[in-house]
Design a binder for this molecule. Structure first.
Ligand code: MN
Ligand code: MN
Length: 379
């Protein structure tokens, strides 16, 4: 699956392409080229690849974003993929959206200060999360050996990395005599502040956190970081699921997430979410998802590492591993809790005679549905 060049031919239907082709793109999207016969009707686009997002290059790293401008249906979420080299800093800043993050590779030092002057600093690594509430100032810096790369998710689709409140940008646009008065020093103290924003810049790798720590007015009441991959996952025959929401990461009040691992051939079961849209980020492997939109409409999409997928509230779907390697992806919700409804459970826990009258399936099938949670089913 996915290795041969797809053609828009199904028996007597369709025909060869005579005009321009884009073989690598078509090979990545076999079910767009030749949709399953169960697909029908028109759905909005539910896929965007970060490979198509504009790269912003800076000394110290890069960033690219997938917002409502790239994926118009994503009104509640924007994503940013960022790389910081060792010592590279995402400048001290804040914004009107909350920021949730998953560390993809490497290590970073994160800092924040809240409205009570409580200070937060932590070093995070692969599989760790952070959550910066809206309006709370923060920073991110890459550590040894090779800095880091991470995914940021914001709880508003129209967020832009290019319009955050940066300390350098603010001070460059404040009269120097006002800065002097504010700090009770001479204007000359601000002779060397940057004339424009830094955004991402290169500086020295910081010393160990024990030597770098500032306590401010004390510890924040809620930790802004969380070790997601250190949680005990739900393990099934087809894969694993790590769920993080306010039940185990209380600071993350507006974002709930599941990290899903699916073995080759296995799939995330047929389900839907009763509490909002789903924003997905594919970390590794390849996948296929069909979204059912009611009124007989359904559309299938293929995904690779670095792709973003989207499922509008409360449309049902599955995610199948169509590759030869472990599929890993994130399900993100704008909610304080993770929730899903399983088709299998719904059928098994409804009087069986009623279910059989609808679907004409055997009692043996209903009896087979396990009572324990199986978010990922084996091949
Ligand atoms: Mn930020
Ligand atoms: Mn889902």
């Amino acid at each position: 699956m996915g290795n041969s060049q797809p053609e828009p031919i199904e028996g007597k239907l369709g025909g060869t392409i005579l005009g321009p082709t884009n073989p690598s793109r078509e090979a990545e999207n076999p079910t767009i080229m030749k949709p399953p016969s169960t697909d029908h009707g028109t759905l909005p686009n539910l896929k965007w690849s970060f490979a198509d997002s504009h790269m912003r290059l800076n000394e110290g790293g890069w960033s690219r974003q997938t917002t409502v401008r790239e994926l118009p249906i994503s009104k509640d979420f924007a994503g940013v993929n960022m790389r910081l080299k060792a010592g590279g800093v995402r400048e001290m800043h804040w914004h009107k959206e909350a920021e949730w993050s998953y560390m993809l590779k490497g290590r970073a030092r994160i800092t924040a200060v809240d409205e009570n002057g409580c200070a937060f600093q932590d070093d995070v690594e692969e599989g760790d999360l952070w959550f910066f509430p809206a309006g709370i100032p923060h920073s991110i810096q890459g550590l040894e050996d090779d800095g880091c790369e991470f995914l940021l998710v914001f709880d508003q689709g129209d967020f832009s990395e290019d319009s955050t409140f940066l300390v350098s940008d603010w001070l460059a646009h404040t009269p120097k005599e006002v800065l002097a008065k504010n700090f009770g020093v001479h204007e000359s103290a601000f002779a060397h502040i940057p004339k424009k924003e830094l955004y991402i810049f290169q500086t020295q790798v910081p010393p160990p956190l024990s030597q770098d720590r500032v306590t401010g007015n004390g510890k924040m009441p809620l930790s802004l970081s969380h070790r997601m991959l250190k949680q005990k996952p739900i393990v099934t025959k087809g894969g694993k699921v790590w769920i993080t929401d306010t039940s185990n990461f209380p600071a993350s009040k507006t974002i709930a997430a599941a990290l899903v691992e699916i073995e080759p051939g296995a799939m995330r079961e047929l389900h839907w979410h009763p509490n909002g849209d789903e924003w997905q980020f594919y970390i590794s492997g390849q996948a296929r998802m069909t979204v059912f939109a009611a009124e007989g409409n359904a559309r299938t999409f293929d995904f690779q590492a670095g792709d973003v997928g989207f499922v509008p509230f409360p449309m049902p779907h599955y995610v199948e591993n169509t590759g030869n390697t472990t599929l890993r992806f994130l399900e993100i919700f704008r909610s304080d809790h993770f929730a899903d409804v399983s088709l299998a459970k719904w059928l098994a826990f409804t009087p069986h005679e009623l279910v059989r009258a609808h679907l004409r399936i055997d009692e043996s099938l209903l009896a087979k549905i396990p009572k324990y949670r199986t978010p990922v089913v084996p091949a």
